[in-house]
Design a protein around this ligand. Sequence first.
Ligand SMILES: [Zn+2]
Length: 374
Amino acid sequence: MNAPRHAIATVFDPVFLQHVAPISHPERPDRLAAVVQHLQETGLWERLKFLPARPATFEELRAAHDPLYVERTVDRLSLRRTGYLDMGDTFFSPGTKDAALAAAGGSVDVSLAVWRGEVPSGVALVRPPGHHADRDTAMGFCVFNNAAIAAHALLAAGARKVAILDFDVHHGNGTQDIFYGDPRVLYLSMHQSPLYPGTGASEEIGDGDGLGCTANLPLAPYCDDVDWLAGLERLLLPLVRAFSPEILLVSGGFDAHHLDTISTQQVTDAGYAAIAQRIVASADAVCAGKVVMLLEGGYHLEGLAAGVASFLRQLESRSDDPVLKPSVEARHTTLASINAALTRLLSFWPDFANRGPADQLGRHEPRPGDDYFL
Ligand SMILES: [Zn+2]
């Protein structure tokens, strides 16, 4: 009620609505328009602290992407035509160049502002999304990988450790690819499997110097709030704590919503509020609350708008009270998937192994039946 509200640095620009598919497409300007309208109607909008969405520089783009890919893509978008960058998923229109460059540049600036302590937290309300774009390929509606470009900018500015937590219903193959051998960036994803793009098995844990710095939790179709919270509380957030990043970037996709037809997941509005609460509380405990949410997917307009609003409310209120404490256990396939990931990752994270994962966040006591922990 009278709790202090924490300012949220925000990137939004009407240019993001100028990226338009040639034919009907789920990744449409209406998505972001619905988010803005909902934030305005709920009064959240007027409390946001807006940063300009300036275009990313070539240097910033080339930190995450192959230089030839950057050059070819920018040249192609500069023609201001309409078409596809891949086999029919990733469209472009005359406004795409400005939108894609501003999405990446805005993601960089909001992340740097939070990392430098200029503002407690941030959110990038951008299009096109980014997490499927890998080092040299546009795919899955994504042109440039906003989260990866932001993470590289943080490293270039002096950050030593950055974590990226991706709760979009699809695996962020692009972000994983870009940091697969990089121990400075922890990439964590929970996603439906099987589903596009087909990557993100629990066996994928990084390679070379980056071994143990990628974690994947594939979830079976029809998983619900309980499963998503179990994955967060028992695997992803304890790993964030063990890694101890200086800032947490969140690839925020809201397409596991039960009304979103792009997946068969069953996450409710309350579930997304709980996911946001757990993530923000974890960032408070681990990295002085420095968290930036970068918009990825989410194709049911009301579900997307409500999810983004929930995240912003958690960033503002920083509530310790767990929203939605499940009274039932996650399904067997989810627990098995958590254990499969833990089996491969624990040797890299001794700090994780010293504690029960349920009490890592200090949010609730371990319960009888918490025997999922190996
Ligand atoms: Zn998605």
